[in-house]
Design a protein around this ligand. Structure first.
Ligand code: MTE
Length: 317
């Protein structure tokens, strides 16, 4: 999904990802497995302290989870670079403590929460969600977190609040790719900004996430706190959040600013609407070789389709 200043492209960016992935699939299993295996300097699984949470079966897939070593070494986190292994290789510069999250904007009781205070405020749940990336791959991950809704309700949104804007930390000392001139610097406008409509943000599936695989969230997956919105393409799930702001206007997101014809505000997973450069009809689960059909709203249509009743989802991609 990258747009970058020439000439610093890698093969995965100048090639249609579908083609690129299918070429990779031709490579022997051993080599492909190696490509997804952690390198000598990378951590294979979340190494942080364990985090206990009760599984919420009603909100969990029964499919087996993607191997933790894949979910923690094949990442998109452009603040660390554009390659899938950059976040796990370079993520050590991010300091997830001390950390605060400002929840403000159009709210009667705006508040800045210390991350540990936030984690203690709401009971943690484990939910197994599939995350479908716009690049046509997906993973099934046991996330740990709590629904965003009670946090938003706690700050009491005013009647003018219509959208929620999420902002990632801006700190070039912690995120090397935020330094101008960084090799592999993307054309994203930092800080990374994402947004949801207020009813999407309040939906019980929308999870503020602080852990995965029974442990605290590794840096490469968005420590110390990220959002996970499982019916939307993965880029809507902003990582390392420092601010959650209630606003009236639809937020201008980083990807929309970079390439509006490719990345819309809604970005609901939709096999019927192709990305301008590749199809969204199917996907590859990381760790598997076969392709699977992509399901509308990433399989969560029963829960979320009603949010979009009457909307043209081809126009509102
Ligand atoms: N959040 C920030 N701040 N920066 C990013 O580059 N990448 C997004 C999303 N959140 C991104 C981000 C994209 S494109 C995807 S697919 C998911 O994070 C990937 O999450 P994962 O690496 O935990 O699988």
């Amino acid at each position: 999904m990258l747009i970058r200043h020439a000439p610093r492209f890698t093969a995965s960016e100048i090639t249609d990802p579908k083609l690129y992935l299918s070429r990779r699939e031709l490579i022997s299993g051993a080599v492909a497995a190696l490509a997804l295996s952690p390198g000598p300097c990378e951590s294979a699984t979340p190494q942080g302290p364990s985090l206990s949470a009760t599984r919420n079966a009603a909100f969990s897939l029964s499919e087996p989870a993607t191997k933790a070593e894949h979910a923690t070494t094949y990442n998109n986190f452009y603040e660390f670079g554009v390659n899938k292994d950059d976040p796990s290789r370079l993520g050590g510069t991010l300091r997830p403590r001390p950390w605060t999250v400002q929840v403000d904007g159009l709210a009667h009781k705006p508040k800045t929460f210390d991350i540990d205070e936030l984690i203690r405020l709401f009971p943690l749940e484990e939910r197994v969600y599939s995350l479908r990336c716009v690049e046509a791959w997906s993973m099934v991950i046991p996330w740990i977190g709590f629904p965003l809704a009670p946090l938003l309700k706690r700050v009491e949104p005013t009647g003018q609040a219509k959208y929620v804007e999420f902002t990632t930390l801006l700190d070039p000392a912690q995120f090397p790719a935020q330094k101008p001139g960084f090799f592999g610097y993307s054309s994203l406008d930092w800080p990374y900004v994402e947004g949801l409509r207020l009813d999407e943000a309040l939906h019980p599936l929308t999870l503020l996430t602080v852990g995965m695989y029974g442990r605290v969230l590794p840096n490469q997956n968005g420590a110390p706190v990220r959002v996970v919105v499982p019916w939307k393409y993965g880029f809507k799930s902003a990582k390392s959040i420092v601010r959650i702001r209630l606003v009236t206007e639809q937020p201008k997101t980083s990807w929309e600013k970079a390439s509006p014809q490719e990345y819309g505000f809604y970005s609901n997973v939709n096999p019927a609407v192709s990305h301008p450069r590749w199809s969204q009809a199917d996907e590859r689960r990381i760790g598997e070789f076969r392709r699977r059909e992509t399901r509308p709203f990433n399989g969560y249509a029963d829960q979320v389709a009603s949010l979009y009743a009457g909307m043209d989802l081809k126009k509102n991609y």
